[in-house]
Write a protein that binds this ligand. Sequence first.
Ligand code: AMP
Ligand code: MG
Length: 390
Amino acid sequence: MISVSDALDTLLDLVSPMAAETVPLRAAAGRVLAEPVSAKRDQPPFAASAMDGYALKSAEVEKDAMFKVIGESAAGHGFAGRVGAGQAVRIFTGAPVPEGADFVVIQEDISRSGNLITIADHPGTSTNIRPKGGDFQIGTTMDAPRVLGSADIALLAAMNIAQVPVRKQPTVALISTGDELVLPGDTPGPDQIIASNTFGLDALLTAAGARVRILPIARDTESDLRTGFELAQDADLIVTIGGASVGDHDLVAGVTETLGMSRAFYKVAMRPGKPLMAGTLGQSTMVGLPGNPVSAMVCGHIFILPMLRAMLGLGTDTPALLTAPLAHPVSENGPRQHYMRGRFDGQSVHVFDDQDSARLTLLAEANVLVVRPPKDGARATGERINYLPI
Ligand code: AMP
Ligand code: MG
């Protein structure tokens, strides 16, 4: 058995960053920027008014000063002339500030009669002008890697970057194994259950940027499992669920061996999730997860997500653990690293009494996995404990 961190190092060694591809801006949302991109223009491209008002010379701004309005500058329709002494241009938000003007008096501070305006109130010190290039300039870069959120997409649009270089999404094939499994919506026989963690893993990995394919459930026969691997062979990552232990019906280790997989390791000193195997199968990386629903999902968080991040070019650092005080004492941990379901309520962590790895209700109720290292001693109420938000 190897430690969780050795297992993770080995798994991360099995994968490498995907190639880049260029996609239209809208398709880039949620994707990982593959290389730095730079703005093709200044924003704003001209000194722009931040308010509705009158553009004039700052040197002439004082209460009761009068000006003649000589024209108008609206968004998309600038004023072509020049503002001279004693002159003003009616201006609106987003419009170019005309030449000769360097101040916008907001309309609330003006009284107007025909073409004459008077500054009726002291206009303050802000020029109400956004300088050319004040947000970004030609050459301002957005650095990579970066998961592109909605604000990034808005910024890329403003930079006039219509085609975005992103990492290709890793394709992940999920193969559930077991005679007892049927798909959600099907009618299970009396000895059957619904394949659940398959769908949980699909949700987890899709949200993390993978393109997931759920393959037909492989029955517990070598030929069915072999067919599953054949169907999955073009995937970047093949994840099997179940059949990973050493029971008579656990066939994943044997079948992958006959298919020529070089196995990186087999068992990890962790709870839940001890039987876990990984290696390289043809073009693909293969990870065999245990079938117990909570084990499979915990392994998804602890191993598969970091692998996906590495494949997406987001690096190999694992997310830092957080710490919070315990709401109650916990007993000594055994020899395996234990990921315990619990809830953090904003103040302290409550670790659930029941840690049965078949109980999905407790996983759904949990918002953290408390991480107990092997042989971690008993802990008292208020002691700080490490956890991973899930
Ligand atoms: P196994 O690793 O195949 O021995 O499976 C361990 C336990 O997990 C058994 O109770 C299986 O019925 C259950 N199991 C295996 N695969 C799945 C799945 N995809 N969804 C839900 N339960 C599963
Ligand atoms: Mg099974």
